[in-house]
Design a protein around this ligand. Structure first.
Ligand code: NAP
Length: 500
Protein backbone atom coordinates (compact mmCIF):
# COMPACT_ATOMS: atom_id res chain seq x y z
CA UNK A 1 0.00 0.00 0.00
CA UNK A 2 1.16 3.56 -0.62
CA UNK A 3 1.99 5.86 2.26
CA UNK A 4 0.52 9.29 2.90
CA UNK A 5 3.10 12.07 3.03
CA UNK A 6 2.33 15.55 4.36
CA UNK A 7 4.26 18.42 2.74
CA UNK A 8 5.15 20.95 5.41
CA UNK A 9 4.31 24.21 3.68
CA UNK A 10 4.48 26.70 6.52
CA UNK A 11 6.95 29.60 6.44
CA UNK A 12 7.63 29.17 10.18
CA UNK A 13 8.99 26.12 11.97
CA UNK A 14 6.23 26.28 14.59
CA UNK A 15 3.70 26.40 11.77
CA UNK A 16 5.21 23.23 10.30
CA UNK A 17 4.97 21.52 13.70
CA UNK A 18 1.34 22.65 13.97
CA UNK A 19 0.63 21.05 10.56
CA UNK A 20 2.22 17.79 11.75
CA UNK A 21 0.11 17.85 14.92
CA UNK A 22 -3.10 18.66 13.04
CA UNK A 23 -2.73 15.78 10.60
CA UNK A 24 -0.68 13.38 12.73
CA UNK A 25 -3.37 10.71 12.86
CA UNK A 26 -3.68 10.54 9.05
CA UNK A 27 -0.09 10.59 7.82
CA UNK A 28 2.74 8.08 7.55
CA UNK A 29 5.55 10.50 6.70
CA UNK A 30 6.31 14.16 6.01
CA UNK A 31 8.35 16.24 3.60
CA UNK A 32 10.29 19.19 5.02
CA UNK A 33 10.33 21.90 2.36
CA UNK A 34 13.21 24.00 3.64
CA UNK A 35 12.80 26.45 0.75
CA UNK A 36 9.35 27.39 2.10
CA UNK A 37 10.64 28.21 5.60
CA UNK A 38 11.71 31.80 6.22
CA UNK A 39 15.55 31.98 6.03
CA UNK A 40 15.90 32.70 9.77
CA UNK A 41 13.73 29.65 10.61
CA UNK A 42 15.57 27.07 8.51
CA UNK A 43 18.18 26.10 11.10
CA UNK A 44 15.34 25.02 13.42
CA UNK A 45 14.57 22.13 11.05
CA UNK A 46 17.68 20.38 12.40
CA UNK A 47 15.48 19.46 15.38
CA UNK A 48 12.65 18.02 13.29
CA UNK A 49 13.86 14.38 13.19
CA UNK A 50 14.06 14.38 17.01
CA UNK A 51 10.61 15.90 17.41
CA UNK A 52 8.72 13.57 15.10
CA UNK A 53 9.05 9.80 14.93
CA UNK A 54 7.86 9.41 11.33
CA UNK A 55 9.99 9.04 8.17
CA UNK A 56 11.05 12.41 6.80
CA UNK A 57 11.96 13.67 3.34
CA UNK A 58 14.38 16.58 3.21
CA UNK A 59 14.23 18.88 0.23
CA UNK A 60 15.15 22.43 -0.81
CA UNK A 61 13.31 23.24 -4.01
CA UNK A 62 14.41 25.69 -6.70
CA UNK A 63 11.89 27.96 -8.49
CA UNK A 64 12.01 25.85 -11.70
CA UNK A 65 10.96 22.88 -9.55
CA UNK A 66 8.10 24.75 -7.89
CA UNK A 67 10.20 25.96 -4.95
CA UNK A 68 11.12 29.27 -3.38
CA UNK A 69 14.86 28.92 -2.83
CA UNK A 70 16.55 32.10 -3.99
CA UNK A 71 13.61 34.37 -3.25
CA UNK A 72 15.70 36.07 -0.55
CA UNK A 73 18.85 36.07 -2.69
CA UNK A 74 20.16 32.70 -1.47
CA UNK A 75 22.77 31.07 -3.75
CA UNK A 76 23.19 27.49 -5.01
CA UNK A 77 26.32 27.14 -2.86
CA UNK A 78 24.28 28.01 0.22
CA UNK A 79 21.68 25.44 -0.78
CA UNK A 80 24.31 22.71 -1.05
CA UNK A 81 25.77 23.71 2.33
CA UNK A 82 22.34 23.62 3.95
CA UNK A 83 21.65 20.15 2.52
CA UNK A 84 25.01 18.96 3.89
CA UNK A 85 24.44 20.43 7.33
CA UNK A 86 20.98 18.86 7.60
CA UNK A 87 22.12 15.46 6.35
CA UNK A 88 25.12 15.38 8.68
CA UNK A 89 22.89 16.10 11.67
CA UNK A 90 21.07 12.80 10.93
CA UNK A 91 17.53 11.52 11.35
CA UNK A 92 16.30 12.03 7.77
CA UNK A 93 14.95 9.02 5.82
CA UNK A 94 14.97 10.44 2.29
CA UNK A 95 16.50 13.39 0.49
CA UNK A 96 14.90 14.69 -2.70
CA UNK A 97 17.40 15.99 -5.29
CA UNK A 98 16.66 17.17 -8.82
CA UNK A 99 17.51 14.58 -11.46
CA UNK A 100 18.96 17.22 -13.79
CA UNK A 101 21.68 18.31 -11.32
CA UNK A 102 24.80 16.40 -10.35
CA UNK A 103 24.94 17.40 -6.64
CA UNK A 104 27.82 15.01 -5.94
CA UNK A 105 28.59 16.43 -2.45
CA UNK A 106 25.00 16.27 -1.27
CA UNK A 107 24.70 12.77 -2.66
CA UNK A 108 27.83 11.68 -0.81
CA UNK A 109 26.57 13.23 2.44
CA UNK A 110 23.26 11.39 2.00
CA UNK A 111 24.93 8.06 1.31
CA UNK A 112 27.26 8.32 4.27
CA UNK A 113 24.32 9.05 6.62
CA UNK A 114 22.23 6.18 5.23
CA UNK A 115 19.60 8.44 3.68
CA UNK A 116 17.83 7.15 0.55
CA UNK A 117 18.07 9.45 -2.45
CA UNK A 118 15.03 10.47 -4.49
CA UNK A 119 15.89 11.86 -7.90
CA UNK A 120 12.99 13.97 -9.04
CA UNK A 121 11.75 15.33 -12.34
CA UNK A 122 9.31 18.23 -11.99
CA UNK A 123 7.57 19.26 -15.18
CA UNK A 124 5.47 22.39 -14.79
CA UNK A 125 4.95 22.79 -18.55
CA UNK A 126 3.10 19.49 -18.91
CA UNK A 127 5.21 18.53 -21.92
CA UNK A 128 6.55 15.30 -20.41
CA UNK A 129 3.23 13.52 -20.82
CA UNK A 130 3.23 14.30 -24.53
CA UNK A 131 6.28 12.05 -24.95
CA UNK A 132 5.91 8.36 -25.84
CA UNK A 133 5.34 6.08 -22.83
CA UNK A 134 8.57 4.19 -23.69
CA UNK A 135 10.59 7.39 -23.33
CA UNK A 136 9.09 8.36 -19.94
CA UNK A 137 9.45 4.77 -18.70
CA UNK A 138 13.07 4.74 -19.87
CA UNK A 139 13.77 7.84 -17.81
CA UNK A 140 12.24 6.19 -14.72
CA UNK A 141 14.24 2.97 -15.20
CA UNK A 142 17.46 4.89 -15.79
CA UNK A 143 17.08 6.64 -12.40
CA UNK A 144 16.07 3.40 -10.64
CA UNK A 145 19.00 1.50 -12.16
CA UNK A 146 21.37 3.89 -10.37
CA UNK A 147 19.81 2.92 -7.03
CA UNK A 148 17.75 6.10 -6.58
CA UNK A 149 13.99 6.42 -6.12
CA UNK A 150 12.65 7.99 -9.32
CA UNK A 151 9.99 10.64 -8.76
CA UNK A 152 8.06 12.11 -11.69
CA UNK A 153 5.75 15.00 -10.84
CA UNK A 154 4.30 16.43 -14.00
CA UNK A 155 1.47 18.75 -14.91
CA UNK A 156 -1.37 16.71 -16.31
CA UNK A 157 -3.17 18.89 -18.81
CA UNK A 158 -5.93 16.60 -20.08
CA UNK A 159 -7.33 13.07 -20.34
CA UNK A 160 -4.78 11.99 -22.98
CA UNK A 161 -1.99 12.97 -20.58
CA UNK A 162 -3.63 11.06 -17.72
CA UNK A 163 -3.83 8.03 -20.01
CA UNK A 164 -0.10 8.36 -20.74
CA UNK A 165 0.60 8.51 -17.00
CA UNK A 166 -1.53 5.39 -16.39
CA UNK A 167 0.25 3.55 -19.24
CA UNK A 168 3.62 4.64 -17.84
CA UNK A 169 2.64 3.16 -14.47
CA UNK A 170 1.86 -0.16 -16.17
CA UNK A 171 5.06 -0.16 -18.19
CA UNK A 172 7.21 0.57 -15.09
CA UNK A 173 5.41 -1.88 -12.80
CA UNK A 174 8.69 -3.71 -12.20
CA UNK A 175 10.20 -0.53 -10.69
CA UNK A 176 8.85 -1.05 -7.19
CA UNK A 177 10.29 2.04 -5.52
CA UNK A 178 9.06 5.09 -7.39
CA UNK A 179 6.66 8.01 -7.21
CA UNK A 180 4.58 8.90 -10.25
CA UNK A 181 2.08 11.69 -10.04
CA UNK A 182 0.14 14.12 -12.19
CA UNK A 183 -0.36 17.68 -10.99
CA UNK A 184 -3.49 19.83 -11.47
CA UNK A 185 -7.09 18.67 -11.48
CA UNK A 186 -6.60 16.18 -14.32
CA UNK A 187 -3.89 14.48 -12.25
CA UNK A 188 -5.92 14.04 -9.04
CA UNK A 189 -6.65 10.32 -9.72
CA UNK A 190 -2.91 9.63 -9.67
CA UNK A 191 -2.75 11.15 -6.18
CA UNK A 192 -5.73 9.21 -4.76
CA UNK A 193 -4.84 6.00 -6.59
CA UNK A 194 -1.12 6.20 -5.78
CA UNK A 195 -1.22 2.47 -5.01
CA UNK A 196 -2.52 1.70 -8.51
CA UNK A 197 0.18 3.95 -10.00
CA UNK A 198 2.82 1.97 -8.11
CA UNK A 199 3.86 5.03 -6.09
CA UNK A 200 5.56 4.55 -2.72
CA UNK A 201 3.60 7.51 -1.38
CA UNK A 202 1.29 10.34 -2.30
CA UNK A 203 1.88 13.97 -1.32
CA UNK A 204 -0.73 15.97 0.54
CA UNK A 205 -0.84 19.37 2.17
CA UNK A 206 -2.85 21.31 4.73
CA UNK A 207 -6.42 22.14 3.73
CA UNK A 208 -5.75 25.86 3.78
CA UNK A 209 -7.89 28.41 5.52
CA UNK A 210 -7.44 31.92 6.82
CA UNK A 211 -3.75 32.63 7.28
CA UNK A 212 -2.66 29.16 6.16
CA UNK A 213 -0.28 28.60 3.26
CA UNK A 214 -1.60 27.17 0.01
CA UNK A 215 -0.82 23.59 -0.99
CA UNK A 216 2.68 22.64 -2.11
CA UNK A 217 1.52 21.70 -5.64
CA UNK A 218 -1.65 22.06 -7.68
CA UNK A 219 -4.11 19.20 -7.18
CA UNK A 220 -2.78 18.13 -3.77
CA UNK A 221 -5.52 17.06 -1.37
CA UNK A 222 -5.36 17.34 2.39
CA UNK A 223 -4.68 14.19 4.47
CA UNK A 224 -8.10 14.19 6.09
CA UNK A 225 -9.95 14.25 2.75
CA UNK A 226 -7.68 11.53 1.36
CA UNK A 227 -8.27 9.35 4.42
CA UNK A 228 -11.89 9.99 5.32
CA UNK A 229 -13.47 10.67 1.94
CA UNK A 230 -11.40 8.49 -0.41
CA UNK A 231 -10.14 5.98 2.18
CA UNK A 232 -6.63 6.32 0.76
CA UNK A 233 -5.09 4.18 3.47
CA UNK A 234 -7.36 1.22 2.67
CA UNK A 235 -6.79 1.20 -1.09
CA UNK A 236 -5.16 -2.06 -2.11
CA UNK A 237 -5.21 -4.43 -5.09
CA UNK A 238 -8.73 -5.60 -4.32
CA UNK A 239 -10.31 -2.16 -3.82
CA UNK A 240 -13.21 -1.69 -6.24
CA UNK A 241 -12.87 1.60 -8.10
CA UNK A 242 -15.71 3.89 -9.16
CA UNK A 243 -15.71 7.48 -10.31
CA UNK A 244 -17.49 10.47 -11.72
CA UNK A 245 -16.35 12.28 -14.84
CA UNK A 246 -17.26 15.62 -16.39
CA UNK A 247 -15.71 18.94 -17.25
CA UNK A 248 -15.62 20.70 -14.81
CA UNK A 249 -15.89 18.10 -12.04
CA UNK A 250 -14.50 19.70 -8.87
CA UNK A 251 -17.98 20.92 -7.84
CA UNK A 252 -19.53 17.42 -7.97
CA UNK A 253 -21.18 16.14 -4.79
CA UNK A 254 -21.20 12.56 -6.11
CA UNK A 255 -17.94 11.52 -4.34
CA UNK A 256 -19.45 12.50 -0.98
CA UNK A 257 -22.61 10.47 -1.60
CA UNK A 258 -21.06 7.34 -3.11
CA UNK A 259 -18.14 7.18 -0.69
CA UNK A 260 -20.49 7.51 2.28
CA UNK A 261 -22.64 4.67 0.96
CA UNK A 262 -19.57 2.52 0.22
CA UNK A 263 -18.38 2.99 3.79
CA UNK A 264 -21.84 2.32 5.25
CA UNK A 265 -22.04 -0.92 3.26
CA UNK A 266 -18.64 -2.04 4.53
CA UNK A 267 -17.41 -2.47 0.95
CA UNK A 268 -13.74 -2.14 0.01
CA UNK A 269 -14.21 0.53 -2.63
CA UNK A 270 -13.53 4.17 -3.43
CA UNK A 271 -15.26 6.65 -5.72
CA UNK A 272 -13.12 9.42 -7.19
CA UNK A 273 -13.54 12.57 -9.33
CA UNK A 274 -11.90 12.24 -12.75
CA UNK A 275 -11.92 15.40 -14.85
CA UNK A 276 -12.11 14.63 -18.54
CA UNK A 277 -11.78 16.53 -21.81
CA UNK A 278 -11.68 13.38 -23.93
CA UNK A 279 -14.07 10.54 -23.09
CA UNK A 280 -12.39 7.99 -25.37
CA UNK A 281 -9.05 8.49 -23.57
CA UNK A 282 -10.80 8.43 -20.22
CA UNK A 283 -12.59 5.13 -20.90
CA UNK A 284 -9.25 3.60 -21.93
CA UNK A 285 -7.70 4.83 -18.68
CA UNK A 286 -10.58 3.34 -16.69
CA UNK A 287 -9.96 0.02 -18.45
CA UNK A 288 -6.33 0.11 -17.28
CA UNK A 289 -7.46 0.72 -13.68
CA UNK A 290 -10.21 -1.91 -13.92
CA UNK A 291 -12.70 0.77 -12.82
CA UNK A 292 -16.11 -0.88 -12.32
CA UNK A 293 -18.57 1.95 -12.64
CA UNK A 294 -18.51 5.52 -13.87
CA UNK A 295 -21.00 8.34 -13.33
CA UNK A 296 -21.00 10.76 -16.26
CA UNK A 297 -21.99 14.40 -16.17
CA UNK A 298 -21.83 17.52 -18.36
CA UNK A 299 -20.72 17.59 -21.18
CA UNK A 300 -19.98 13.91 -21.79
CA UNK A 301 -23.28 12.03 -21.54
CA UNK A 302 -23.87 11.72 -25.29
CA UNK A 303 -20.30 10.76 -26.08
CA UNK A 304 -20.35 8.26 -23.20
CA UNK A 305 -23.29 6.47 -24.79
CA UNK A 306 -21.52 6.26 -28.15
CA UNK A 307 -18.45 4.67 -26.54
CA UNK A 308 -20.34 1.81 -24.87
CA UNK A 309 -20.64 -1.71 -26.19
CA UNK A 310 -24.23 -2.06 -24.92
CA UNK A 311 -26.96 0.38 -23.93
CA UNK A 312 -30.19 -0.26 -22.08
CA UNK A 313 -33.55 1.22 -23.06
CA UNK A 314 -33.23 4.23 -20.71
CA UNK A 315 -29.95 5.37 -22.27
CA UNK A 316 -31.10 4.65 -25.82
CA UNK A 317 -34.40 6.54 -25.53
CA UNK A 318 -32.80 9.51 -23.81
CA UNK A 319 -29.82 9.41 -26.18
CA UNK A 320 -27.37 9.95 -23.33
CA UNK A 321 -25.71 7.88 -20.61
CA UNK A 322 -25.04 9.07 -17.06
CA UNK A 323 -23.96 5.63 -15.84
CA UNK A 324 -21.34 3.32 -17.36
CA UNK A 325 -20.89 -0.19 -16.00
CA UNK A 326 -17.83 -2.22 -16.86
CA UNK A 327 -18.30 -5.96 -17.12
CA UNK A 328 -16.49 -8.89 -18.68
CA UNK A 329 -18.16 -8.15 -22.01
CA UNK A 330 -17.34 -4.44 -22.18
CA UNK A 331 -19.04 -1.21 -21.13
CA UNK A 332 -22.78 -0.98 -20.61
CA UNK A 333 -24.64 2.35 -20.70
CA UNK A 334 -27.57 3.27 -18.48
CA UNK A 335 -29.41 6.46 -17.65
CA UNK A 336 -30.67 6.94 -14.11
CA UNK A 337 -31.49 10.68 -14.51
CA UNK A 338 -35.08 10.20 -15.70
CA UNK A 339 -35.96 7.80 -12.90
CA UNK A 340 -34.19 9.94 -10.29
CA UNK A 341 -35.90 13.11 -11.50
CA UNK A 342 -39.37 11.54 -11.53
CA UNK A 343 -38.95 10.13 -8.02
CA UNK A 344 -38.49 13.63 -6.58
CA UNK A 345 -41.39 15.28 -8.42
CA UNK A 346 -44.75 14.35 -6.81
CA UNK A 347 -43.77 15.41 -3.27
CA UNK A 348 -42.26 18.68 -4.52
CA UNK A 349 -45.50 19.47 -6.41
CA UNK A 350 -47.71 18.39 -3.49
CA UNK A 351 -49.13 15.55 -5.58
CA UNK A 352 -49.94 12.13 -4.18
CA UNK A 353 -48.45 10.18 -7.09
CA UNK A 354 -46.81 10.39 -10.51
CA UNK A 355 -50.21 9.55 -12.08
CA UNK A 356 -51.45 13.02 -11.11
CA UNK A 357 -48.98 14.57 -13.58
CA UNK A 358 -51.10 13.21 -16.44
CA UNK A 359 -52.55 16.03 -18.56
CA UNK A 360 -50.63 18.82 -16.80
CA UNK A 361 -48.42 21.26 -18.73
CA UNK A 362 -44.68 21.78 -18.29
CA UNK A 363 -42.05 24.14 -19.66
CA UNK A 364 -38.68 22.49 -20.30
CA UNK A 365 -35.76 24.92 -20.53
CA UNK A 366 -32.93 23.31 -22.52
CA UNK A 367 -32.62 20.33 -24.84
CA UNK A 368 -29.37 18.66 -23.75
CA UNK A 369 -28.90 15.36 -21.94
CA UNK A 370 -30.66 16.40 -18.72
CA UNK A 371 -33.59 17.85 -20.69
CA UNK A 372 -33.90 14.62 -22.65
CA UNK A 373 -34.18 12.71 -19.36
CA UNK A 374 -36.91 15.07 -18.10
CA UNK A 375 -38.78 15.05 -21.41
CA UNK A 376 -38.61 11.25 -21.60
CA UNK A 377 -39.92 10.89 -18.02
CA UNK A 378 -42.64 13.56 -18.24
CA UNK A 379 -43.91 12.43 -21.64
CA UNK A 380 -44.26 8.92 -20.23
CA UNK A 381 -46.19 10.42 -17.29
CA UNK A 382 -48.65 11.99 -19.76
CA UNK A 383 -47.64 15.66 -19.49
CA UNK A 384 -47.90 18.24 -22.29
CA UNK A 385 -44.53 19.91 -22.80
CA UNK A 386 -43.09 23.06 -24.34
CA UNK A 387 -39.35 22.62 -24.98
CA UNK A 388 -37.32 25.81 -25.40
CA UNK A 389 -33.64 25.77 -26.27
CA UNK A 390 -30.90 28.16 -27.37
CA UNK A 391 -30.12 25.91 -30.35
CA UNK A 392 -33.59 25.69 -31.78
CA UNK A 393 -32.87 22.64 -33.95
CA UNK A 394 -32.19 20.56 -30.84
CA UNK A 395 -35.50 21.63 -29.29
CA UNK A 396 -37.32 20.77 -32.53
CA UNK A 397 -35.63 17.40 -32.77
CA UNK A 398 -36.46 16.41 -29.18
CA UNK A 399 -40.05 17.70 -29.49
CA UNK A 400 -40.67 15.82 -32.72
CA UNK A 401 -39.34 12.60 -31.19
CA UNK A 402 -41.74 12.91 -28.25
CA UNK A 403 -44.63 14.67 -30.04
CA UNK A 404 -44.36 17.82 -27.91
CA UNK A 405 -44.15 21.57 -28.67
CA UNK A 406 -40.89 23.44 -29.15
CA UNK A 407 -39.43 26.91 -29.60
CA UNK A 408 -36.43 29.18 -29.15
CA UNK A 409 -35.20 30.09 -25.67
CA UNK A 410 -36.22 33.73 -26.27
CA UNK A 411 -39.23 36.05 -25.86
CA UNK A 412 -40.49 35.04 -29.33
CA UNK A 413 -41.73 31.80 -27.66
CA UNK A 414 -43.97 33.79 -25.32
CA UNK A 415 -47.19 32.69 -27.02
CA UNK A 416 -46.36 29.00 -26.41
CA UNK A 417 -46.54 29.67 -22.68
CA UNK A 418 -49.77 31.67 -22.68
CA UNK A 419 -52.21 30.40 -20.06
CA UNK A 420 -49.28 29.42 -17.83
CA UNK A 421 -47.66 26.08 -17.01
CA UNK A 422 -47.97 23.79 -13.98
CA UNK A 423 -44.28 22.96 -13.87
CA UNK A 424 -41.05 24.52 -15.19
CA UNK A 425 -37.91 22.38 -15.41
CA UNK A 426 -34.63 24.23 -15.92
CA UNK A 427 -32.03 21.89 -17.42
CA UNK A 428 -29.36 24.18 -18.93
CA UNK A 429 -25.98 25.01 -17.39
CA UNK A 430 -26.99 28.68 -17.15
CA UNK A 431 -26.80 29.80 -13.52
CA UNK A 432 -24.49 26.96 -12.53
CA UNK A 433 -21.33 27.77 -10.54
CA UNK A 434 -19.18 29.72 -11.49
CA UNK A 435 -21.68 31.48 -13.80
CA UNK A 436 -24.06 31.88 -10.82
CA UNK A 437 -25.51 35.31 -11.70
CA UNK A 438 -27.23 34.32 -14.97
CA UNK A 439 -30.89 33.58 -15.57
CA UNK A 440 -31.61 31.33 -18.60
CA UNK A 441 -35.10 32.76 -19.09
CA UNK A 442 -35.26 36.30 -17.63
CA UNK A 443 -38.27 37.26 -19.77
CA UNK A 444 -40.54 34.51 -18.36
CA UNK A 445 -42.86 35.12 -15.40
CA UNK A 446 -43.37 31.98 -13.26
CA UNK A 447 -46.72 33.14 -11.79
CA UNK A 448 -49.25 30.32 -11.48
CA UNK A 449 -46.63 27.58 -11.63
CA UNK A 450 -46.94 24.80 -9.01
CA UNK A 451 -43.18 24.26 -9.04
CA UNK A 452 -40.04 25.70 -10.63
CA UNK A 453 -37.46 22.92 -10.66
CA UNK A 454 -33.83 23.75 -11.46
CA UNK A 455 -31.61 20.72 -12.00
CA UNK A 456 -28.57 22.77 -10.91
CA UNK A 457 -27.47 22.17 -7.30
CA UNK A 458 -24.43 24.46 -7.20
CA UNK A 459 -25.35 27.14 -6.13
CA UNK A 460 -28.17 25.85 -3.96
CA UNK A 461 -30.45 28.60 -5.20
CA UNK A 462 -30.01 29.84 -8.76
CA UNK A 463 -31.17 33.28 -9.89
CA UNK A 464 -34.22 31.64 -11.50
CA UNK A 465 -35.16 29.87 -8.26
CA UNK A 466 -34.61 33.01 -6.16
CA UNK A 467 -36.87 35.17 -8.31
CA UNK A 468 -39.54 32.42 -8.45
CA UNK A 469 -39.47 32.04 -4.66
CA UNK A 470 -39.65 35.84 -4.48
CA UNK A 471 -43.10 35.76 -6.12
CA UNK A 472 -44.33 32.94 -3.90
CA UNK A 473 -43.69 29.96 -6.17
CA UNK A 474 -42.55 26.57 -4.85
CA UNK A 475 -38.99 25.82 -5.91
CA UNK A 476 -36.67 22.84 -5.94
CA UNK A 477 -33.00 22.56 -6.82
CA UNK A 478 -31.18 19.56 -8.32
CA UNK A 479 -29.75 18.07 -5.11
CA UNK A 480 -32.72 15.73 -4.53
CA UNK A 481 -32.48 14.46 -8.11
CA UNK A 482 -28.72 14.07 -7.80
CA UNK A 483 -29.17 11.89 -4.76
CA UNK A 484 -32.09 9.92 -6.22
CA UNK A 485 -30.23 9.09 -9.47
CA UNK A 486 -27.03 8.35 -7.51
CA UNK A 487 -28.89 5.86 -5.30
CA UNK A 488 -29.99 3.95 -8.40
CA UNK A 489 -26.42 4.11 -9.71
CA UNK A 490 -25.00 2.81 -6.44
CA UNK A 491 -27.26 -0.22 -6.63
CA UNK A 492 -26.17 -0.83 -10.23
CA UNK A 493 -22.49 -0.44 -9.28
CA UNK A 494 -22.48 -2.61 -6.17
CA UNK A 495 -25.67 -4.64 -6.07
CA UNK A 496 -26.36 -3.09 -2.64
CA UNK A 497 -28.99 -0.56 -1.58
CA UNK A 498 -27.58 2.87 -0.74
CA UNK A 499 -27.77 3.74 2.96
CA UNK A 500 -28.96 6.98 4.48
P1 NAP B 1 -25.70 19.20 -21.95
O1 NAP B 1 -26.18 17.96 -22.57
O2 NAP B 1 -24.36 19.72 -22.30
O3 NAP B 1 -26.79 20.33 -22.29
C1 NAP B 1 -26.58 21.65 -21.92
C2 NAP B 1 -27.85 22.45 -22.14
O4 NAP B 1 -27.60 23.77 -21.66
C3 NAP B 1 -28.23 22.61 -23.62
O5 NAP B 1 -29.61 22.75 -23.74
C4 NAP B 1 -27.53 23.93 -23.97
O6 NAP B 1 -28.11 24.60 -25.07
C5 NAP B 1 -27.79 24.72 -22.73
N1 NAP B 1 -26.88 25.81 -22.58
C6 NAP B 1 -25.55 25.75 -22.26
N2 NAP B 1 -25.03 26.98 -22.22
C7 NAP B 1 -26.04 27.86 -22.51
C8 NAP B 1 -26.14 29.27 -22.61
N3 NAP B 1 -25.08 30.03 -22.39
N4 NAP B 1 -27.33 29.81 -22.90
C9 NAP B 1 -28.41 29.02 -23.10
N5 NAP B 1 -28.40 27.68 -23.05
C10 NAP B 1 -27.21 27.10 -22.74
O7 NAP B 1 -25.74 19.13 -20.36
P2 NAP B 1 -26.77 18.29 -19.46
O8 NAP B 1 -26.21 16.96 -19.16
O9 NAP B 1 -28.10 18.40 -20.08
O10 NAP B 1 -26.72 19.09 -18.06
C11 NAP B 1 -27.25 20.40 -17.98
C12 NAP B 1 -27.38 20.84 -16.50
O11 NAP B 1 -28.19 19.95 -15.76
C13 NAP B 1 -26.07 20.93 -15.74
O12 NAP B 1 -26.07 22.09 -14.96
C14 NAP B 1 -26.06 19.69 -14.86
O13 NAP B 1 -25.31 19.85 -13.67
C15 NAP B 1 -27.53 19.57 -14.55
N6 NAP B 1 -27.89 18.18 -14.23
C16 NAP B 1 -28.23 17.90 -12.94
C17 NAP B 1 -28.58 16.62 -12.60
C18 NAP B 1 -28.97 16.32 -11.18
O14 NAP B 1 -28.97 15.15 -10.79
N7 NAP B 1 -29.33 17.30 -10.42
C19 NAP B 1 -28.57 15.60 -13.55
C20 NAP B 1 -28.23 15.92 -14.85
C21 NAP B 1 -27.88 17.22 -15.18
P3 NAP B 1 -27.55 24.34 -26.56
O15 NAP B 1 -28.22 23.08 -27.03
O16 NAP B 1 -27.97 25.55 -27.31
O17 NAP B 1 -26.06 24.20 -26.46
Amino acid sequence: MSSLCLCLTSSSFNGAIAQLERYGEYIDMAEMRLDLLNPDERHKALKLPQITGIPLILTIRLPQDGGKWGEFGESEEERILLFKKMLESGGWTFVDLEDNRLMADTQAAALSSGVRIIRSVHDFQGSLLNLPVAEISGQIRRIADKGYIPKIATRCTGSRQLLTLARTAVSTESVKDKVLLGMDEYGIPSRILAHRFGSLWTYSSAAGGPGEPVSAASGQLDPETLTNLYRFRDIDDSTALYGVTGNPIAHSLSPELHNRWLQDSGLNGTYIPIRSDDMAALVETCDIWGLKGLSVTVPHKKKALSLCDYADISARSIGAANTLLRGGDGWRARNTDAEGFLKTLPAAMNLRSIEELNGKKALIIGAGGAARAAVYALTKAGMKLVILNRTIEKARHLAEETKQQWGALSPESFSLLEGGVDLAVQTTNVGMFPDSSSDPIPWWNPSGCLLVYDMIYQPEETVLLARSRGVGINTKNGSGMLEAQARIQFELFTGRKAGT
